[in-house]
Design a protein around this ligand. Structure first.
Ligand code: GTP
Ligand code: MG
Length: 138
């Protein structure tokens, strides 16, 4: 089994989609082995998304991540990283396939409801960014 890091972004928590999105993860066979609600500081958002700091949308991305509560989670399951990205759908909801979270809920490429790690190294880094070992109960 594999672990991945997931976030339910402020655009989704604001619309009370925390339960609906978590249900889609659980229905897909993932176990939610860590979960907490955080309101990111600018510093935390900038640190988390540091790889994107030269991108033109960086300011907008940080702004939206600081605009309300986020649910940070660790998902565990077979092939969790790739399968989570399948379930999320394409970054831009207009490209997202039917049945995906972003197709169902995302508002725009910026307010796209969820984040999921893209590789084993980023999954470990992102999990460690938000959780201590004792908060993860597998
Ligand atoms: P994540 O799971 O969030 O990392 O999505 P991703 O891997 O599909 O996308 P990427 O890592 O390329 O971008 C990270 C996040 O930046 C996306 O989820 C979007 O919310 C945001 N983003 C990407 N491109 C744009 C853009 O052109 N405009 C805006 N406003 N936001 C963008
Ligand atoms: Mg990404």
């Amino acid at each position: 089994v594999e672990r991945t890091f997931s976030m339910i972004k402020p655009d989704a928590t604001r619309r009370n989609l925390t339960g609906a999105i978590t249900k889609m993860f659980e229905d897909a066979g993932f176990s939610v082995i860590a979960s907490k609600r955080v309101w990111m500081s600018r510093r935390e958002a900038e640190g988390f998304y540091a790889v994107h700091k030269e991108r033109p949308f960086f300011g907008e991305l940080v702004e939206s991540m600081c605009s309300g509560p986020t649910i940070v989670q660790v998902l565990q399951g077979e092939n969790a990283i790739a399968r989570n990205r399948e379930i999320m759908g394409a970054t831009n909801p207009s490209d997202a396939a039917e049945g995906t979270i972003r197709k169902a809920f995302a508002l725009s490429i910026g307010e796209n409801s969820v984040h999921g790690s893209d590789a084993p190294e980023t999954a470990s880094q992102e999990i460690a960014y938000w959780f201590s070992e004792t908060e993860i109960v597998g």
